[in-house]
Write a protein that binds this ligand. Structure first.
Ligand code: SER
Length: 590
């Protein structure tokens, strides 16, 4: 079965259970500052899981592109990828455990569906932890479906709990489904969830009935939801009897080409890292909300992925300049499904070329620095380079520790890797603390302030178009409880007068005490109304249109305040360039 066939079959199955197909969202979360990338199908649905009404109803199904870099070290094994696609079916306050589990079982084992041998499926359920009870109901439903007790395993929060993806948000116990590959168990403890390769995780049904609060407690949600996730690449690999995900889809020809470039027939971890990372960077750059490499946030993750791909290319002795060719393959093969890759092809290739050049310069600067330090280093009688020095080369000059180790080796020395790792961990801990703080809040949080800033964002967007012209196009939006951030296409710096004019327009809408109205309609009708909604090919057949009097009409999922008088005074805190041709405004309401 191809990836396309699996996706079609899944959608067909859930459509037959009255689900509405919705388009996947961007991999750069919109309005949501709790996370950098969309890590799961549920993320774009967070406001609806928290109670906002979805225009397509309570039963949804889709396939979502995802980025996960949390387990980047595991990329190169059989199943981990930084970019993958996830199939999901949702119940937003509709059906719950019984239907979700029965349908999962039917789709997995039904002859006209995936047709897995039922005897090879094991499941895990939540064992209970803290104040939250064991999910006996889920276990019971599995038993009635025909899974014997000995293939139902119970685990705590570490294994059978999903979410929230940020510091706060919807979450709940889950039940996971595993396929037994027939491999011998690695030990007596080998159970579903073990990474030895015996059990392949196929699907996860999450029962989102809680919300984690800022205080770290779990509050029951008013509406009980179902969130499920099936990895497309993994499942297709498994159905085809392949040992790794690198034998299917775009990954297969990428690996073939990488081996040709490296002039080898040998299978290496490096080839897999390159294939995965080039695919994820192509999708990050090619997303309509896409970002470019930088030293902060998503841009930093992107830069790391590109540089890792280059370094693994160096390990395999692949001649320089190979990223563009591999990215072109991704665009050609996956561009039909993701037309944004084709639209943004020139940008993808330009940025990769630029980054490759920049990294080359970084490496040269690092070598120079190393050579400067060398005479002193050589005086050290035990021929060990201190970990903190290796870390400094990395931290200050971007020089990777593996290269320091190589250069050390060429000069008869070694690097104190323990010391390096310690320095690195300490640094990471500090930046993680910073990041957590930074990413607190966001629409996923649905706090009052965030909702206000969301309405202010609509007013700002409309005001910018009035003052700067209709060429202004939204590029991205990100909201925390402290401020809004709005990126838009515009080639020049705004003048002080223009900024004042925009502020005045937004504030007059606030002073006018306008009620905000929401109507559901077909996207074509919304377009006729002149509603802003630039990611139009991303909507289903019903959209919500929010109108703020004469000021703004925009397609949007919500939530918004009821009246502009709730907002307070609007002020632009800064306006700068965010990347080529894109301006970034940060604004507050006071
Ligand atoms: N959110 C869950 C997961 O990612 C199910 O979709 O596994």
């Amino acid at each position: 079965m191809t990836e396309r066939e699996l996706v079609d079959l899944y959608i067909k199955f859930f459509e037959s259970k009255d689900h509405k197909r919705i388009p996947g969202a961007s991999i750069i979360p919109e309005n949501d500052s709790t996370i950098l990338f969309t890590p799961a199908g549920m993320q774009p649905l967070v406001p609806y899981l928290l109670g906002e009404k979805h225009p397509q109803g309570k039963r949804l199904v889709d396939v979502q592109k995802c980025i996960r870099t949390g387990d980047i070290e595991e990329v190169g094994d059989a199943t981990h990828l930084t970019f993958f696609r996830m199939l999901g079916n949702w119940s937003l306050g509709g059906y719950f455990k019984k239907e979700a589990i029965q349908w999962s079982w039917e789709f997995l084992t039904g002859k006209e569906w995936l047709g897995f041998d039922p005897e090879k499926i094991s499941v895990t359920v939540f064992a209970g932890e803290g104040d939250i009870p064991a999910d006996d109901e889920a276990a019971q439903i599995w038993m009635s479906a025909g899974v014997p007790n000995e293939r139902i395993f119970s685990f705590g929060m570490k294994d059978n709990w999903w979410g929230p993806t940020g510091a706060t948000g919807p979450c709940g116990p889950d039940t996971e489904m595993f396929y037994d590959t027939g491999k011998e168990p690695c030990s007596e403890e080998c159970k579903p969830g073990c990474s030895c390769g015996k059990y392949f995780e196929v699907w996860n049904d999450v029962f989102m009935e809680y919300r984690k609060t800022e205080a770290g407690t779990y509050e029951p949600l008013e509406q009980k939801n179902v969130d499920t996730g099936m990895g497309v690449e993994r499942t297709v690999a498994m159905l085809g009897g392949y040992k790794t995900v690198y034998e299917i889809g775009v990954l297969k020809p990428l690996i073939k080409r990488i081996r040709e470039l490296a002039n080898t027939t040998e299978s290496t971890r490096s080839e897999k890292v390159i294939a995965d990372h080039i695919r994820s960077t192509t999708h990050i750059l090619g997303d309509d909300q896409g970002v470019v490499p930088s030293n902060v946030d998503q841009g930093y993750v992107l830069r790391r992925l590109i540089r890792l791909a280059i370094r693994h290319g160096m390990k395999l002795d692949i001649p320089k300049g190979f990223l563009g060719e591999l990215a072109t393959m991704v665009i050609e093969i996956e561009g039909e499904e993701y037309p944004e890759l084709v639209r943004n092809k020139a940008l993808i290739l330009d940025e990769l070329e630029r980054e490759e050049k920049l990294f080359g310069e970084t490496l040269q600067a690092g070598m120079k620095q190393f050579n400067k330090m060398l005479p002193n280093l050589l005086k050290n009688p035990n021929k060990i380079i201190a970990g903190r020095l290796a870390f400094k080369l990395y931290d200050t000059f971007g020089f990777p520790v593996e290269l320091t180790a190589d250069l050390a080796g060429e000069n008869g020395m070694t690097v104190d890797m323990d010391g390096y790792n310690k320095a690195f961990d300490k640094h990471r801990e500090l930046s993680k603390q910073g990041a957590e703080k930074k990413f607190k809040g966001g629409l996923a949080d649905n706090s009052e302030m965030v909702t206000k800033l969301h309405t202010a964002t609509h007013l700002l967007h409309a005001a910018l178009r009035k003052v700067l012209g209709d060429s202004v196009k939204q590029k991205g939006s990100n909201i925390t409880a402290e401020r809004l951030r709005f990126d838009f296409l515009y080639p020049e710096k705004m003048t002080d007068e223009q900024k004042k004019e925009v502020e005045a327009l937004v504030n007059s809408a606030i002073n006018d005490k306008v009620s905000i109205e929401m109507k559901e309609m077909h996207p074509d009708e919304a377009e006729k109304l002149g509603a802003l909604g630039f990611f139009k090919d991303k909507y289903g057949d019903v959209v919500k249109v929010y109108t703020i009097g004469k000021y703004s009409t925009e397609i949007c999922g919500g939530p918004h305040v009821e009246n502009t008088s709730e907002l307070g005074r609007f002020r632009i805190a800064s306006e700068k360039s965010s990347s080529r041709g894109v301006r970034r405004i940060k604004a507050v309401i006071e």
